[in-house]
Design a protein around this ligand. Structure first.
Ligand SMILES: Nc1nc2c(c(=O)[nH]1)N=C([C@H](O)[C@H](O)COP(=O)(O)OP(=O)(O)OP(=O)(O)O)CN2
Ligand SMILES: [Zn+2]
Length: 143
């Protein structure tokens, strides 16, 4: 049995060196689906639940949304992205640093690993960059 919960956040990024429009600074409203698999609790306040949806919400907020929502997420290996991030940070704006390109694939890996350390039942995530483009990343990929 798998339970899922879906979140939304807005994020600015650029794919420096991309051979198309994504070379430019732009943003997306990402949809993040998290999926958890585990034993259903049999007793107490959480009886009948794998994990309380409210607890999942709290965890995703504190671990992901507080950092990514309305942030400029950048690849520290790219000079121009670093310069923009520095400019924004010096003016008190929200930035988040990755050590690689901010593709859906790479962001998914980062998000999965951050969440997994707080929610061991996490099985996979699906990150929608647009309504028609998503990346699924999970335990199978980790092994
Ligand atoms: N495999 C990947 N390809 C692309 C990524 C990515 O993360 N992984 N990212 C981009 C850009 O960020 C771009 O903003 C999104 O590209 P695209 O889907 O082409 O954008 P559209 O606005 O045209 O999306 P529609 O859903 O088709 O309207 C590029 N490629
Ligand atoms: Zn994009």
């Amino acid at each position: 049995m798998i339970i899922t919960k879906t979140f939304s956040f807005d994020m600015a990024h650029m794919l420096d060196g991309h051979d198309g429009k994504c070379n430019n600074l732009h943003g997306h409203t990402y949809q993040l689906k998290v999926a958890l698999q585990g034993n259903v609790c049999q007793t107490g306040a959480k009886s009948g639940m794998i994990r309380d949806y409210g607890d999942i919400k709290q965890c995703v907020k504190m671990t992901i949304l507080d950092f990514f929502d309305h942030a400029f997420v950048y690849d520290e290996t790219r000079e121009i992205e670093r310069q923009i991030a520095t400019l924004l940070a010096n003016d008190g704006r929200k930035i988040y640093r990755l050590t690689k390109r901010t593709t859906a694939e790479n962001i998914s890996q980062v998000i999965f690993r951050l969440l997994k350390s707080h929610m061991p039942e996490l099985t996979y995530i699906e990150l929608f960059e647009t309504q028609s483009s998503s990346c699924i990343y999970g335990e199978v990929d980790e092994k």
